[in-house]
Design a protein around this ligand. Sequence first.
Ligand code: HEC
Length: 478
Amino acid sequence: MKRPAALNLTLLLARIALVTAGCSASSAPEPSLGPSTPTPIPSTGGSRGTGTGTGSGTGTVAGPGTGTGGAGSISTVAASDLPCDVASVLQSRCGDCHGTTPKFGAPMSLTVAADFGKRTKDASTTVGQAVIARINDDAHPMPQAPAARLTSSERATLTTWINAGAKPGTCAVATGSGSGAGSGGTSGTTGSTDTVAMLDPDVTCYDLTAHDPASKKSPYHVPTTPDLYHCFSFAPPWGADKVHMVDWKPLIDNDKVIHHWILYNDAGTVTDGADVDCSGAHPSAQMVTGWAPGGQGSALPKNVGQDVSGKGFTLEIHYNNTSTTAQPDASGVKVCVTKKLRPNEAGIHWLGTEGIALPAGGKATGVCKPTTQVPVTIISSTPHMHLLGRHLTTSITRANGKADMLIDEPFDFASQVSYTTPQVINPGDTLTTTCEYGGAAFYGQGTKQEMCYNFVLAYPNGGLASGSFLRKNGCTGL
Ligand code: HEC
């Protein structure tokens, strides 16, 4: 399976180059830190220190470029007084959220040595000690899932430095300079935001976003409640017609308060425009997709459309407003559909098990033996457990005995996302999904009870089913 690309220094430099070059970038793309379909990061800005801005290719389809060219000087970590090895870990593994201006609900910056001597938000300890605790915390690790845990050497780098007093050091990383007056950008082509599918005249995109209870056009005001889960309901905006979803894209408005979101397709009718505090338990709904920081949208292959024939959608947003006043937010998802149905219909299939009655340390396992006799193409996997969920794998046992891994990822209830997991399942292959928990676990629909599902998007729709009496696309062994 495709492991989400980790943010690295090269990426960071590419991003900075993109910003400093005088191109018409409306927003620098987030590096793909975690979830689903890492979209290639356009790096068409002026290269470091040369200042030849070319201004192509990010944002929407831009008109003739009006870029004035970058000044050509880049100083990446010049302002930081961190030792090099520490700076490198913090920038690549924490910097997306704990940067100079904290984002995605993170309570503090981790950019200069002095940050580590401050008290934590609840004042119980120093930030430095909290860092050591959280990078070793299996239940709530930093960085949070779906990002990979720190390696033991990254952990050692931070721990040794913090325990020695978190003293300033020096790091002369990449302070390239250059002159050069980049000429105007050429007109932008398809950028990181509008995909080919979105430009297809037969495709219509709808924004499902957080909004004020009184008006879909006004933002929601996020209260200061920590770890708030809030749900917004939408009737299918395209009406009763059958459509295929062909693409989706996260719309992230206020990145200081949004932590992550999940989009559900509901089996029951929903009240369009309604919103309510919610808990993360959605008994009758299936996950369409999820976003966490770094996640990008994901277009389906040209010949495939996703079945979204549920009766409505619930957009569940997890907020962390660490400020002292309510903050506006209109984040959500752009859902792109077509009435020209694609030749292949993909659907969400339920792998996993309902048989969960485990002592601490136990594992739940469900084997899917598809009854269909056609090859099934898997596009993506979206693990779903509840609060105790820690890790999910789905392995494939081929008819000839050979094993392949579909997905093997840490899980955090607070950051559920989709992963691109391309595989073809042939008749005779089976899929074994295994869930691990942080304590004794029992099946149920409440957040305090547990689940073990991998929502697999695959075609043909219904291709992974084992005749389950529980649901149409069930392949959970029951
Ligand atoms: C994707 C965003 C993201 C990344 C990446 C990330 N964090 Fe966090 N961090 C958060 C959020 C959100 C919170 C607040 C919620 C919580 O405590 O889980 C947080 C909280 C923390 C806290 C607790 C602070 C307190 O006041 O209690 C520490 C310590 C921390 N992060 C350290 C790190 C370190 C070290 C890294 C990198 C190794 C890192 N984080 C990477 C988002 C992130």
